[in-house]
Design a protein around this ligand. Structure first.
Ligand code: CMP
Length: 140
């Protein structure tokens, strides 16, 4: 077990349907603490940079368009094994393949509009947290 931080983004499909409280409730009931949170609208260049590891994937352009289509809520979550814990709570990328009781199963609309992002490794969590937050904004 490792005490870690990870990054989550509540995506435009979730903010548009007023689901931010319901999703935060899943995080908190799942043992994760929200230690930083802000609502913002990503500019195209910011979304392109955040998702640059997917730049060659066929869904990249649509993903950037979707992520800039409305507000997002970016959050730092903290807890034991936070990176893998968040991925369990979110469920598989495709809501149709996600396990029962996961966020993406219950709220996701499609493989793109899957309501929530979570860092996929400790290294990426550090990069993604630094992308949105300075240390002074993170309050355990
Ligand atoms: P996320 O965890 O934010 O990481 C990349 C995102 O690309 C993913 O969630 C989905 O929103 C989106 N996406 C769209 N199509 C696909 C696909 N075929 N495979 C993986 N991710 C996809």
């Amino acid at each position: 077990m490792a005490f870690e931080r990870t990054l989550s983004i509540l995506k435009p499909d979730a903010t548009n349907r007023n689901l931010t409280g319901a999703i935060n409730d899943r995080f908190e009931k799942g043992g994760l603490k929200i230690v930083a949170q802000k609502r913002l609208r990503l500019k195209r260049q910011e979304a392109e940079r955040f998702y640059e590891i997917h730049a060659e994937r066929p869904f990249y352009r649509d993903l950037v368009a979707f992520m800039t289509s409305g507000p997002v809520v970016v959050e730092v979550l903290e807890g034991e094994d936070a990176v893998s814990r968040l991925r369990e709570i979110m469920g598989a990328t495709d809501p149709e393949k996600a396990a029962n009781g996961t966020i993406r199963k219950d709220f996701g609309l499609s493989i793109e509009k899957n309501s929530v992002h979570g860092s996929d490794s400790r290294e990426n969590a550090q990069r993604e947290i630094a992308f949105f937050f300075s240390e002074i904004e993170i309050c355990p």
